[in-house]
Ligand binder design. Structure first.
Ligand code: S3P
Length: 187
């Protein structure tokens, strides 16, 4: 586990991590367990443009995607009782990890590169950044560059060999601990 926990009661969770980390799967389960809403920010960007992520990159360019991503994540993070699953590149944008709301617990879902690539290959998700001649090399350099940004999260979870339910449970415990520790002691 890394980082310092937020100072006040947690009423939102933001999931960060590389493509294939399981942010959407774990996020949905987590939201169900907590009885909170779930927002997937790639989906919100797609809704905004009326285009899939790959088409946004191809037709409007990555900067347009990044601007929209920054805005939709900022809006999503204003809501309480919400789990927000971000795109793998969001933490790299300047100021993002530094301006998390105090009520947000940020969780880094991590896995070894080979595992991330294996998952990314078998998922249907649209990932234009890995649609290159040498996706492994691209993923390695992106991950190296981004790891220090992901590491600013309050909680670091290794996901390899763990099922999404176990990971969601670990986050639920952390959220509940945080809430408990805010309650005045009665003894
Ligand atoms: C990206 C990750 C994708 C999506 C876009 C760019 C990235 O989201 O936002 O393809 O820069 O790593 P997932 O992490 O949900 O795959």
């Amino acid at each position: 586990m890394s980082g310092i926990a937020p100072a006040q009661t947690v009423d939102r969770v933001v999931l960060v991590g590389f493509m294939g980390a399981g942010k959407t799967t774990v996020g949905r389960l987590l939201a169900r367990r907590l009885g909170w809403s779930f927002l997937d920010t790639d989906g919100l960007v797609e809704e905004r443009f009326g285009l899939p992520v790959g088409a946004v990159f191809a037709q409007l360019g990555e900067p347009a995607f990044r601007n929209a991503e920054r805005e939709v994540v900022a809006t999503a993070l204003r809501r309480g009782d919400t789990v927000v699953s971000t795109g793998g590149g969001w933490p790299e944008q300047v100021g993002t990890m530094e301006s998390l709301p105090p009520a947000a617990l940020c969780v880094w879902l991590d896995a070894p590169l080979e595992e991330l690539l294996r998952r990314a290959r078998t998922q249907a998700a649209d990932r234009p950044l890995l649609d290159v001649a040498d996706p492994e090399n691209r993923a390695r350099s992106l991950l190296e560059r981004r790891a220090p940004r992901y590491a600013r999260a309050h909680m670091h979870l290794e996901t390899a060999g763990k099922d999404p339910g176990t990971l969601a449970d670990a986050i639920v415990r952390r959220v509940r601990d945080q809430v408990q520790s805010e309650r005045p002691k009665t003894t």
